[in-house]
Design a protein around this ligand. Sequence first.
Ligand code: SF4
Length: 504
Amino acid sequence: MNDLGDHQKAARTAACGTRDAGGIVRCDACPVLCRIRPGRDGACGRYANRHGRLVRTDPVVFAQKVVEDGGALVEFAKNEGDGTLIRGAPTFVTGIGAGTTYPDYKPAPFIVANDHDGYDTVTVVSEGMFTYCGVKVKIDTDRHLGGECATVRADGQPVGHVTTAEYGSQMLALGGVRHLTAGARDEGRATCATLERLCNGEAVELGVDGGPDVVVQAGAAPVVDGRREERMRSGCGSAIVGMFAPQWAGHVDEVVVVDDHVTGLLSEHQAGRKLALPPTGVQLCGRRSTPGRYFGVSGPGRSWGGTDLADPRDAVARIDARLAWPGLRVLITSTTGEDAFYAVLDDDLRLVEAPLPQPVADSVARIGDHCEPALCTVMFMAGAGGSLRAGVTENPVLLTRSVRAGETRVTLGGAPAYVWPGGGITVMVDVARMPRGAFGSIPTPALVAPIEFTLPRHLYAALGGHDGFVRPLEDVLEQHALSARIERWLLDNPWPLEPFRRSS
Ligand code: SF4
């Protein structure tokens, strides 16, 4: 954690905390209520007792839009800058390092009035402590990572499960209130540590019961059982047949695109029919869903394209001698083109492996070219309702309604949050769009994440906001210019202060 210098700590003396005898300070920024001895840190490492005062150990983060000499905006990911506040640059006060509202009714640590192009806004800035939270991890791979509901472990502890696969990706649901609170203490700790590390962009090794070990890192390629994934497929077996059928016509008589879900068979597929390809007598295992589209040709596994097929010929149930002919050319490939097998039927109509002819090899390479780079995506998801809202307004349900109506914008570290429909304020955010080190934790266990609510100034008053605590941006910058960490604004993120839809 980035420890501040003494003069900076003075500027960040926490508003929370009381002094006990012997120079001990009690931190009341979370339910743990640490009693911190002089010179020591609290249990989370975010607060410390320095010279008998409770101080924050890590800086609040301001994100600035910075214009280069040439007039172009520079984002922090491309230019770290020298970390000093640039006067006059559009600045957003993030919740990173801001402090909490515990025990909930306290006004948020920063309630910032900002004039954006003549439009008065208020941004309510704090750190939320989330017990109801987790991450959804999208892992671009065809490798079978485990059956649905298989337990995912970190350091041997259950921290989540495999959930429904998506198109070209395996999905994990990690964390959640049950793992954080309902199991043994070690399970809660391991879950919290796993979430914090993933959300902060670190690589985490996970094990799946009955499946492989996988290293997951937001924005990086997954590593499955020590092998770095390169390709994310562009479609299922049927889709691949549909996309590439014309390139195969004339070079090969039959193509099987193996997939543990939807396997494609060219001659029977509508794409093959449109090209007037004749039936070949190649019949697949599994069951036919629609012409040329087969389910259950293989089970999930660690062989060909995430199937359990060690020998691609096992995808073929039989060859109908009434339709097939000696010399018939068959290509079997996986959906990414990583695996390919070419065979020619002999006089007994057996599949005899042969070298891939160049045009066929080119078509397989093109399947690979159509793949995208395999990545891991980590989406933080949490319920920001409950007590957190009281730090924004004395009438918390009005905030919920305002968020629902699109009048109040929710960001986490400046990154836009998707707010789930329905009740409460259930948010989801891509951690890769947040500044580095945005997450912390407390030993309850729970995650600490920044959260900002931005809304028109007049609406804030109408919602029963803590009007007496609103401070102009300039005052906040002046007070924290020396202690804050200055980040460049990530230009992919919309500027939260852009004018809002007018409320009635
Ligand atoms: S865990 Fe951290 S925030 Fe909670 S009381 Fe202790 S020092 Fe304060």
